[in-house]
Design a protein around this ligand. Structure first.
Ligand SMILES: [Zn+2]
Length: 350
């Protein structure tokens, strides 16, 4: 009896440590891949003083705690985020082991969690979900279908494909309406292929968390949005004064990576024609966001007619990747239980 317990504890510790080591590697992936830097070559350096970090200072979680979150050479603060990513990876790997033991679902789960952690932090930093993450999740989904089919579960392939198809239509529509990004659409569809029906509780959790996050961003950016609305109006009107102000125009703008991208339309009778955006206007509107850090994105839409701004909407763009990822991870670990619980609540016999 004690032998079994000792073995279990030992395995849990090993899986957790393995997770933190992988988490340490994910930190490199999160930092380097969006910048197209190699993830293999180049040893770790302090980003402040450039000193090469000694191997004994690279122990996940522990090193950061021992050094008090500071570089050994220059004492510059090292972000707690690296340690958070390591601990998070360790905990998720441990949960996957507790849930699936040493079955084929264990490697599928830990690869999924690695992809989810990477895409969540890359989405927060760069407002994009990389293709390699959604591609990897799709590959996991196909692998799962193949294994289950070989094991004699003949219905899995069409069930998972059908759920993925429905998910693609729903999230695709939401992406077209502008609520979700293209990356979110790919993430949900790929995950539906892997999770099957368990994507339902996953989506439910993701949407609730995403809504809470969206509302809190809206509240916290209220003053900035108000200030930017006034500045856009001023700068746009000053440009408009010299460019046939009577024309009816719709201008859709995105501020990202430090500059504005505009899509401009002019209305001629009932026809809406896309026109080239004037570099002068691009400069004037980029100026509005000069104080916004490069990793924050704003979108806006201007409607003007007869020399006045009729409508103007400005908002901070939100990274939904992290919220959706929490839901997907929960669906992978506890999807069946959540689905059963839900059906019980609504009195549907499973
Ligand atoms: Zn340093």
């Amino acid at each position: 009896m004690t032998g079994i317990i000792a073995y279990d504890v030992c395995m849990c510790v090993i899986v957790f440590i393995f997770g933190t080591v992988i988490g340490s590697f994910l930190n490199v992936v999160i930092y380097r891949t969006p910048l197209h830097m190699s993830i293999i070559s180049g040893p770790s350096h302090c980003t402040t003083c450039g000193t090469r970090i000694k191997p004994y200072d690279l122990i996940p979680i522990l090193s950061w705690c021992i050094l008090g979150g500071k570089c050994r050479a220059c004492k510059a603060k090292i972000s707690a985020r690296y340690t958070v990513v390591e601990a998070l990876t360790g905990v998720l790997f441990l949960l996957a082991y507790i849930r699936y033991s040493l079955s084929y679902m264990l490697p599928l789960s830990i690869i999924l969690f690695g992809a989810l952690i990477s895409l969540s932090f890359i989405d927060l930093d760069h407002m994009q979900i990389p293709y390699w993450c959604t591609g990897l999740i799709t590959a996991l989904g196909l692998t799962n279908i193949a294994i289950q089919t070989i094991r004699g579960n003949a219905d899995v392939w069409w069930q998972h494909l059908a759920v993925a198809g429905i998910c693609a239509v729903v999230t695709g529509l939401l992406a077209l309406l502008g609520g979700l990004g293209g990356g979110d659409f790919q993430l949900m569809t790929a995950s539906a292929l892997l999770l099957g029906m368990n994507i339902i509780p996953a989506a439910f959790i993701g949407i609730i968390l995403g809504a809470i996050y969206g509302i809190s961003v809206k509240i916290s950016t209220k003053d900035t949005v108000k200030q930017k609305t006034a500045l856009i109006t001023d700068n746009y009107l000053s440009w408009l004064g010299e460019h046939s102000p009577d024309t009816e125009r719709i201008i859709m703008g995105e501020y990202e990576d430090g500059s504005c991208k505009l899509t401009c339309y002019e209305l001629d009778g009932k026809a809406m024609n896309e026109v080239e955006s004037d570099p002068d206007l691009v400069d004037k509107l980029t100026e509005v966001f000069s104080d916004i850090p490069a990793n924050k994105e704003y979108i806006f839409r201007i409607t003007s007619k007869n020399g006045v701004v009729e409508k103007l909407r400005v908002q901070r763009r939100i990274a939904f990747g992290p919220a959706l990822s929490v839901g997907i991870a929960a669906g992978m670990l506890y999807g069946q239980e959540l689905l059963a619980l839900w059906m019980n609540m609504f009195g549907i016999a499973a």
